[in-house]
Design a binder for this molecule. Structure first.
Ligand SMILES: Cc1ncc(COP(=O)(O)O)c(C=O)c1O
Length: 404
């Protein structure tokens, strides 16, 4: 008997609403070029190029030998939850109990779970644009209404509080803020955060405060969380984690701090998805937070050096203008002066200069006209990248003239 050969895959309709993080696609394209023998400088992916501190690695190895190889509680090991509660209490100046902490595989699931557990169809979520693409993707996925708030270069990519006020309606259920910010490196100052809190007032609106880059701040700046504003903690979900601070992107461990009622929902989502974060990884998380912090300080100092160098270099490229960001490890260059579209230019730089970077449009419509360069790469490679970009710049001008 002949077998049916054509099965038709029928994805659920909601899958068509799910977006993606383009950095991974560009990375694949760049790697394919490398396999063909091309030299590529990777400035597309957002992960520290440093090694995880050795005390953290040793703690994980030790934990493996000691049998931390089984399921654990879905909200996280009690000792890690307590360590995180102490850390957040100390750094945000609020009282957090371990019952308000959920440990998840990376910072991303906190976004996923917050939106899944709070947003019904047609609920509105205000989110930064340009911003981390997963916010919009998840809002669309659950059928919510994604309401972008534009981050403007002339405000150092902070947020216009009057604009925020004009976007809040009685359908607004969640406001997402992110500081230091991806992709702009912009930082919300204490006064900005206090104004945001004032605008939200006593509305029954939750805030997802993405603070994954909270330790990556330069020039002595102090991180300030909306959770620290009196009256806001009970409406705030704080997202933080280990990926960026301790160069632990591949370990997959992050956490959320939130009102206890929401912890139950997050625990349920953990039980329904990943059960728990690997136990030995969590033991390493305890070592990261309790151990020496010098590796973090050394990493931040090196990022600052690179920031200054890459921004100075990019500002010399014809048609580029790059603000010096206050945090994270991204330079977000305005390339409108080149006359090229940012997607076109990012492709041009990849194929003609061997510099892999991201079109600002990957971070939302208001990111168009900008290119994000991650400076999580060696100083030598960053300088080589600037050199390569400068060398091809006369050619993109020629190609524009030719196309007119
Ligand atoms: C703003 C922002 N939030 C969260 C994350 C997710 O971090 P993780 O790798 O821990 O899931 C990232 C990663 O790039 C990010 O840029």
């Amino acid at each position: 008997m002949e077998r049916a050969t054509q099965y038709q895959l029928q994805l659920a309709r909601r899958m068509s609403r799910l977006g993606t993080e383009t950095a991974f696609e560009v990375l694949n394209k760049a790697r394919a070029l490398e396999r063909q023998g091309k030299s590529i400088i990777h400035l597309e992916i957002g992960e520290p190029d440093f090694d995880t501190p050795s005390n953290v690695i040793e703690a994980a190895v030790d934990a493996l030998h000691k049998g931390w190889t089984h399921y654990g509680p879905s909200a996280g090991l009690p000792e890690l939850r307590q360590t995180i509660a102490d850390y957040v209490s100390r750094t945000r100046g609020v009282k957090v109990s371990s019952d308000q902490v959920v440990v998840v595989p990376g910072g991303k699931p906190i976004m996923f779970f917050a939106i899944l557990s709070l947003i019904d169809e047609e609920d509105e979520v205000i989110y930064p644009n340009p911003g981390f693409p997963i916010y919009e993707s998840m809002i669309d996925y659950v059928g919510g209404r994604a309401v972008p708030i534009r981050l403007r270069e002339d405000r150092d990519f902070s947020l216009d509080v009057d604009e925020l006020a004009s976007l809040i309606t009685n359908r607004t259920k969640l406001i997402i803020i992110n500081s230091p910010q991806n992709p702009t490196g912009g930082v919300l100052q204490r006064r900005d955060i206090e104004q945001i809190a004032r605008v939200i007032g006593d509305r029954n609106v939750m805030i997802l405060s993405d603070e994954i880059y909270s330790r990556l701040l330069f020039d002595g700046a102090q991180h300030f969380s909306i959770m620290s504003v009196p009256g806001m903690q009970e409406r705030t979900i704080l997202l933080d984690g280990f990926s960026k601070t301790y160069a632990m992107t591949g370990w997959r461990m992050g956490y959320g701090v939130m009102p206890e009622g929401l912890v139950e929902a997050f625990e349920k989502l953990m039980v329904n998805s990943c059960s728990c974060v690997a136990s030995f990884t969590q033991r390493a998380g305890i070592a990261a937070l309790r151990g020496p912090q010098e590796p973090v300080e050394a990493m931040v100092a090196e990022f600052r050096r690179r920031r200054d160098a890459i921004c100075a270099g990019l500002n010399q490229v014809p048609g580029f203008h790059c603000l010096v960001p206050g945090g994270a490890f991204y330079a977000f260059a305005n390339i409108k002066g080149t006359g090229m579209d940012s997607k076109q230019l990012a492709d041009y730089l990849l194929y003609q200069a061997g510099v892999s970077c991201l079109d600002g449009g990957c971070f939302g419509e208001y990111g168009r006209g900008y290119i994000r360069f991650s400076y999580a790469n060696s100083m030598a490679n960053l300088m080589e990248a600037v050199d390569r970009i400068t060398k091809v710049s006369p050619r993109w001008e020629d190609s524009l003239v030719a196309s007119r």
